[in-house]
Ligand binder design. Structure first.
Ligand SMILES: Nc1ncnc2c1ncn2[C@@H]1O[C@H](COP(=O)(O)OP(=O)(O)OP(=O)(O)O)[C@@H](O)[C@H]1O
Ligand SMILES: [Mg+2]
Length: 161
């Protein structure tokens, strides 16, 4: 299991990471975004959608839990599981159906249901000193394995095992 750890200080740095990841995305990919409240998950999603050519304004899916954005290179289904009250509610979000249509899933608080997504790129955000963030990129399942080395190179950071 390899992991890339990056220190970022600004929203622009986060946007650069999002652009690198966006360039690697294929239909049906899953991105799990982890990290505390305000760590930068939605900020990342906004930049990712922009990089895919989505012009619609991306907002936090806090109340309706799931938003879908079309018009870019790929359709993005963006959800936030923080307010998911029962795991059973996950089924109501129809994420599997969206994937079957070829959408990319971007899941904030995806770690709240650890068994739901077994093949995913995991992007973690942590608060660091000042306004800075530490971003960790890792993967689970076979879907990202082959792409991860190249992705790490493009993120221009050391890869640790
Ligand atoms: N890399 C960064 N550097 C500095 N500030 C950042 C960075 N990323 C995000 N922020 C700022 O942190 C604030 C919260 O970010 P954001 O809404 O993306 O967090 P979140 O992880 O989605 O939170 P929540 O769990 O509540 O959905 C925003 O004001 C944003 O501008
Ligand atoms: Mg958010």
């Amino acid at each position: 299991m390899m992991k890339s750890t990056l220190s970022v200080t600004t929203v622009d740095d986060t946007a650069r990471i999002a652009r690198v990841i966006a360039a690697e995305l294929r239909p049906r990919d899953v991105l799990l975004l982890t990290g505390d409240l305000g760590a930068g998950k939605t900020t990342f999603t906004k930049a990712l959608c922009a990089a895919l050519g989505i012009t619609e304004t991306v907002t936090s899916p806090t109340f309706n839990l799931v938003h879908e954005y079309v018009g870019g290179r790929l359709t993005v289904v963006h959800c936030d599981l923080y307010r998911l009250e029962r795991t059973g509610e996950l089924d109501d979000l129809a994420l599997d159906e969206a994937r079957r249509r070829g959408a990319v899933l971007v899941v904030e608080w995806g770690d709240l249901v650890p068994d739901a997504f077994d093949d995913a790129l995991v992007v973690g955000f942590e608060h660091a000193a000042g306004d800075a963030r530490t971003v960790t990129v890792s993967w689970r399942g076979s879907n990202w394995e082959a792409r991860f080395v190249r992705l790490s190179d493009r993120l221009q950071v050391g890869t640790t095992t």
